[in-house]
Design a protein around this ligand. Structure first.
Ligand code: ZN
Length: 349
């Protein structure tokens, strides 16, 4: 094993699970050629998140000068135990309402200390770092030394959404493993196996999730929301097209009561829907990621999306999603967006 490995892949592709599986494999007492046994004493400790020589680092909010991951270990345990596939947004929501999260420089002495300890379980020590791109520059500079020469029998298993966002000084010291997005079939199969989802619905969800298993699980857990989003989206687009001030006002009141996360999900959903309309317009029905119900609406709505407005509309949804993330007044974002959408929907082909 190289002493530092970076698994880089988009959210929901299982980079964290790979890091974890490697740590378990290295520690397993009866590993086979291709996997850990899953049943020995060590595997048992991994299965219950109790392996004493496996340490976790992840982005957190700043509490004081010594802030590090262990300050949020309770929330972290709850999160990983609920489902090892989770998104950055879900983690953020669990620990903060507004603040920025990072891996701070004060994380590094804790890592150094953990890896210098005598191995409690007698096997290799593994430091798992989730979302390495959220490590600030100070921390990145400070970690270089231990990354290059970790204490004996110590290993780094790190994850990032993309290698592009990692400093070259770090990249040059790790073994990079690029993890590709999952196929729709893989996602649908996992939903069926792990959640008992029926085949038809699993495929519908896989289309929406776009290669992101964490998102698929999120949609599966909130399919009502997804159906609600479609209903909301239909009403909203009709109101925008007609410039129906009352309907827009009513909708803005409803949407502004959503959590900020849900507001962003609505705008992300709108963005997804608009993009799929273009695929639909090109007659690539089987490529358009629509559920049956969405397709019915798309038959009416897609003709209003075309090469003269799709870029502008996508940018509007993106900007709205970002504004919500920055705490801009939710009703103003929604109304302003609706009026701009009205103009775009009336643009000629
Ligand atoms: Zn084992």
């Amino acid at each position: 094993m190289p002493h530092a490995t970076l698994f880089a892949g988009p959210e929901g592709t299982g980079t964290f699970q790979l890091a974890l599986a490697c740590a378990r494999y290295m520690n397993c007492e009866a590993r086979t050629e291709d996997d850990a046994c899953g049943t020995c004493n060590k595997c048992g400790k991994y299965n219950t998140w109790q392996h004493a020589d496996t340490f976790f680092s992840y982005p957190v909010i700043r509490v004081n000068d010594d802030t590090n991951s262990s300050d949020f270990i309770e929330q972290w345990r709850e999160m990983v135990k609920a489902d090892a596939y989770f998104t950055l947004d879900q983690w953020k929501q669990r620990i903060t309402d507004t603040k920025q999260i990072q891996i701070f420089v004060s994380e590094v002495p804790v890592i150094t200390k953990n890896l210098s300890l005598k191995a409690y379980e007698g096997g290799p020590k593994v430091q798992i770092m989730w979302m390495l791109e959220m490590m600030n520059e100070k921390a990145a500079n400070k970690i270089l030394k231990i990354l290059e020469e970790p204490p004996s029998d110590s290993f780094f298993m790190m994850t990032a959404q993309s290698a592009d966002s990692i400093l070259p000084t770090i990249l040059s010291r790790v073994q990079l493993v690029k993890v590709p997005a999952l196929s729709d079939e893989q996602i649908a199969e996992a939903l069926q196996d792990r959640h008992g989802c029926d085949a038809k619905r699993a495929m519908d969800i896989a289309y929406l999730a776009d290669g992101d298993y964490a998102k698929a699980v999120q949609i599966y857990g909130s399919t009502d929301d997804q159906t609600a989003f479609l209903a909301q989206f239909k009403n909203w687009m009709r109101a925008c097209y007609k410039k129906d001030g009352k309907a827009i006002g009513d909708l803005s009141a409803i949407v502004s009561k959503y959590s900020r996360d849900a507001q962003r999900q609505l705008y992300d959903y709108a963005l997804h829907f608009t993009r799929q309309c273009i695929v639909f317009n090109y007659g690539q029905l089987e490529l358009a990621r629509f559920t049956d119900e969405e397709q019915k609406f798309a038959e009416n709505f897609a003709p209003f999306i075309h090469h003269n407005n799709v870029v502008a509309i996508s940018e509007l949804f993106n900007a709205a999603s970002q504004d919500v993330g920055r705490n801009v007044n939710a009703r103003i974002v929604f109304v302003d967006l609706s009026l701009k959408l009205h103009r775009q929907l009336h643009r000629k082909h």
